[in-house]
Design a protein around this ligand. Structure first.
Ligand SMILES: C[S@@+](CC[C@H](N)C(=O)[O-])C[C@H]1O[C@@H](n2cnc3c(N)ncnc32)[C@H](O)[C@@H]1O
Length: 264
């Protein structure tokens, strides 16, 4: 059995057997994409690699638990994940600031976040915690409310909500980090890894509640553990790079200090 709320500096695949089956509420899997020259990112078939992960997470998750799997657009192409988990959405994380220098093709400027659940019904989907502003004018909004539903022909299924709308499955409102981002933990690490806290925050808020256990198997510099701490979620995190794992610990210390300072 593993201790919770700590980062283990280890190979995730050696650690998975130590997690009891059916105990994890949510997995945030931001591991290899199979596209860079980093040693840890050189994966012969990213799809087969992801299928293995999906099989492992299906065992570790509770019924209704969620997995968010990051990757490139083809990251789960031609593999059959259906016996293990239920794919609910492929979220497009759109990054307009990415340098787009293709000459003979359209340059890829988004990542995919595959949202899976175990079983048919999510344990948690906190829509109210992740609503985004409605950016349409009043007349359009009112007219849309009068359009009958495609499914049953009844009216009123697309009601305006004053707290905002569902963020949908294309997210262009969360910017990739740049060298000027205040939250960047190190300018050296930028190219390979760190995700914006706001992105991880949305996933955690949507698919977990306070006290839940979140597994972050490829923790990098610890965005997920840091946000878990802020949101009162428990976590188990793995990262085999010593320097990164040490960074996760200092980041967690800083979050603890900030939280303590807010109490006084
Ligand atoms: C994309 S990064 C994660 C970034 C993280 N979400 C953040 O915001 O800092 C992937 C990380 O997985 C680590 N990694 C890759 N394979 C691993 C393995 N088998 N076990 C543990 N860590 C691994 C890499 O060292 C890298 O830091």
């Amino acid at each position: 059995m593993l201790e919770i709320d700590r980062i283990y500096c280890a190979d995730a695949f050696e650690m998975f057997p130590k997690i009891e089956d059916g105990t994890v509420d949510l997995v945030i899997c931001d591991g290899p994409y199979g596209v860079t020259a980093n040693r840890w990112d050189r994966i012969p078939s990213i799809q087969e690699f992801n299928l293995e992960l999906i099989q492992i997470f299906a065992r570790k998750l509770k019924e209704g638990g969620a997995l968010y799997l990051f990757g490139k657009p083809d990251c789960i192409d031609f593999i059959d994940y259906r016996p293990y988990l239920n794919l609910r959405s492929k979220i497009v994380w759109y990054q307009p600031s990415r340098l787009a220098q293709g000459r003979i093709n359209y340059t890829n400027n988004y990542d995919i976040i595959c949202y899976f659940i175990k079983g048919d019904k999510p344990r948690v989907f906190n829509l109210d915690a992740i609503r985004v502003p409605q950016l349409v004018e009043l007349e359009h909004r009112l007219r849309c409310e009068r359009v009958p539903s495609v499914l049953n022909g009844k009216f009123g299924r697309t009601k305006f909500h004053h707290e905002g709308k569902n963020p949908g499955d294309v997210w262009g409102d969360i910017k990739q980090l740049t060298y000027r981002s205040k939250e960047l933990v190190s300018r050296e690490f930028l190219n390979t890894i760190q995700k914006p806290a706001k992105l991880i925050d949305r996933l955690l808020q949507a698919s977990s509640i306070e006290g839940d256990l979140v597994l972050d198997p490829f923790a990098g510099v610890g965005t997920c553990p840091a946000v878990c701490r802020e949101l009162n979620r428990h976590f188990i995190a793995f990262e085999w790079n010593r320097e990164f794992a040490a960074t996760v610990n200092s980041r967690l210390k800083k979050v603890n200090n900030d939280l303590a300072a807010r109490l006084f």
